[in-house]
Design a protein around this ligand. Sequence first.
Ligand code: SF4
Ligand code: ZN
Length: 318
Amino acid sequence: MSLCTRCGGKPLYTRRYSGEILCSSCFRDSIVQKTRRTVSKYGMLEPHDRIAVAVSGGKDSLSLLKVLCELYPPRRNEIIAISVDEGVAGYRDEALEHAHAVAEDLDVEHVVVSYKDLFGFSLDEALDWKEERPISSCSFCGVFRRRALDEAADRAKATVVATAHNLDDYIQTFMMNLMHGDVERLGWLDPAYVDNSFPVRRVKPFMEIYEEEVALYAFLTGIPFQSVSCPYMHEGLRSEVRDYLNIMEANHPGIKNVLLRSSLDVIYRYALSSKKEAVPCRSCGMPSSNGLCNVCRMKAEVEEHVNIQRNSGSVGGG
Ligand code: SF4
Ligand code: ZN
């Protein structure tokens, strides 16, 4: 039996793309050290940063929170967990409970904002269109989620938002942008790109780690797994792209790493020519590319196409 390549201990995981065999402890350590290298390589965090970790309550984001707390123990007070409650019946409540429990366990402050409070409707209400919607649920949800994260980061007084996008998410997004003809958006994937349409800087410390390795890290460190997934998740192109890339990786170990490198190469060349100045949205004042931000545009569409029973909550934030 082959033993752990690093310490000679009991083997647990074989990294097929590198041939490395790792025991549980060396595997967990490799994830923490890989995150440290990514953060340093792309200059993601500054010494003075107050870091808001976006935690959905899923395994990836809770793993990120745990890894950053382990990497930066002296800055523990400068790490905050932020969550968005989209308002999906039977799904988000469990995730938020997990998020809260892990944040409490790590002694990290947890700030939660909801679509209902910020925009006046839950995601369930907003997706209940009278006729067919022009975009997928996740694209729709994503616009509001980004704004909600900005709001949560602002409440937490954070200077940077760390999201748990992993290598798989990254290359899926790259391929989807190509397939949608959104070549201009490729520049936004530059890890060092400061997107002026976000008031708070975004970083992705897990962008060089495979999704399956984040899942294994979560399992080995006892992070709770959510029993239900979002009911809107399987719509759209992303799940087809994900399946395709997983088949390619199974047949050609390491191909996802190669695709990440190629994506970054294209992104760097493109990013130089695709940076645009943001202008304030004429409706809400937040940064936008053309004078009306996506949140305000989509809110107007929801109000036109959806019957919403408004409560007395505010309809601010966008
Ligand atoms: Fe929103 Fe899609 Fe995530 Fe569901 S899976 S919460 S619709 S982004
Ligand atoms: Zn706006």
